[in-house]
Ligand binder design. Structure first.
Ligand code: ZN
Ligand code: ZN
Ligand code: ZN
Length: 391
């Protein structure tokens, strides 16, 4: 459970840019300090990848002045080695077992308030444990607390060239795993056995974590978040294969739909399945083609949904069209009705329409795309056709 670096570190130059931008936004927002615990925001800002623990590790970014990283003494070595600390962009302050870390953080965060003992405005990272937040609130009485995403979302959503490169590498690695799985064997194996192979292959391809491996065969393909069961795959049915994890800290997430014939041409997809899959294929293509700067996120969902609805399957497309991806598997922007957020160059998200006929079968196609100046940069390179394989 020690803090291990995951993938290539964030460069000191990126840390400097991100910390400066975060501090400027904190100041502009009238927030006294950002209080960032262990998690994706800390990774993003400092390159420090640590395990969340009951012992407090916290980056404090005051509206002005020097940034501090508080860490328990036993974590001093990895904390001082993180790119931001190694480049002296912040001061590392270690605390001892008998100290109250929340009180120490509070004293530093409140210092710029001058004579006023309390009444500040603070923003905490969204995934900070409640136990830490409650202790900080007790140490900073009569203060206003909000979420750090209020200031960090703009930064985190727009991926820089380093982040796009990491997302692309993760996507290509996941592509290779899909190809290997599609090559078989599949028929006769349990879904969970295939899922185990998916996870092993993702790790072999350089992922530090294989977060999920959905192997939905036959009727299980109609359940979007099925996972994998002990059901054995049969010839003459589809498999929704949705896999991903993190590589270099950044997420992969791809879905391809297979149809296994067992080598018997008579066991190919039936007429309805071909029609249904064609709609999903068309929806994925049209939604991807609609991506460009300035288009509201909900418009991408609308484009995909209209095709499936006009094809008669609207009620069977039961989830949003996509989610942002980066240091987190699901993050902003979400491609969902009601989200008017305008896409910007550098936004990264999935485009993943699907149709699910409960008890029968389903299909989904998912790619990760980057919004570029002239449209979508699709990171996954595999064919989006139905993969009819012997299995
Ligand atoms: Zn999902
Ligand atoms: Zn997925
Ligand atoms: Zn996804």
């Amino acid at each position: 459970m020690s803090a291990t670096a995951s993938g290539p570190p964030v460069t000191p130059g990126r840390c400097a840019d991100r910390l400066a931008a975060a501090q400027a936004l904190t100041d502009q927002a009238g927030i006294n300090a950002l209080l960032v615990g262990v998690g994706p925001d800390l990774h993003y800002l400092t390159g420090y990848v640590a395990t969340p623990l009951e012992r407090l590790t916290m980056l404090v970014i005051p509206a002005t002045g020097r940034v501090r990283l508080f860490a328990p003494r036993l974590e001093a070595t990895p904390a001082r080695a993180c790119p931001a600390a190694a480049a002296a962009l912040l001061d590392v302050v270690t605390w001892d077992e008998q100290d109250d870390a929340h009180v120490l953080v509070a004293a530093f965060a409140r210092a710029p308030l001058g004579g006023r003992p309390d009444g500040g405005t603070f923003a905490v990272s969204d995934t900070l444990w409640a136990s830490h937040l409650l202790a900080l609130q007790a140490a900073l009485p009569q203060s206003v607390f909000g979420l750090a995403s209020r200031v960090l979302r703009e930064l985190r959503m727009v991926k820089d060239a380093d982040e796009i490169d990491l997302l692309r590498q993760a996507a290509r690695a996941a592509d290779r795993v899909v190809e290997a799985i599609a090559a078989g064997p599949l028929v006769g194996r349990a879904e969970e056995d295939v899922a185990r192979e998916v996870r092993e292959r993702l790790l072999d391809e350089g992922h530090e974590a294989a977060a999920f491996a959905i192997v939905g065969s036959g009727p299980n393909s109609a359940s979007p978040h099925h996972g994998a069961s002990d059901r054995r795959i049969r010839a003459g049915e589809p498999i929704v294969l949705d896999i991903g994890g993190t590589r270099g800290g950044y997420g992969s997430d791809i879905t391809r739909t297979l149809w296994v014939t067992g080598g018997d041409p008579a066991l190919g997809p039936d007429e309805e399945y071909r029609r249904l899959f064609g709609l999903v294929r068309e929806a994925n293509a049209a939604a991807t083609a609609a991506v460009r700067p300035g288009v509201p996120a909900e418009e991408i969902d609308r484009v995909a949904r209209r095709i499936i609805t006009e094809g008669g399957y609207g009620e069977f497309f039961t989830h949003r069209t996509g989610h942002g991806i980066g240091l987190e598997a699901h993050e902003e922007p979400y491609l969902v009705a009601g989200n008017r957020e305008a896409l910007q160059v550098g936004h990264a998200f999935s485009v993943e329409p699907g149709i699910y006929l409960d008890g029968r079968y389903g299909a989904r196609i998912e790619d990760i795309v980057i919004c570029g100046q002239d449209g979508a940069d699709v990171l996954n390179r595999l064919s989006r056709d139905l993969w009819v394989v012997a299995g």
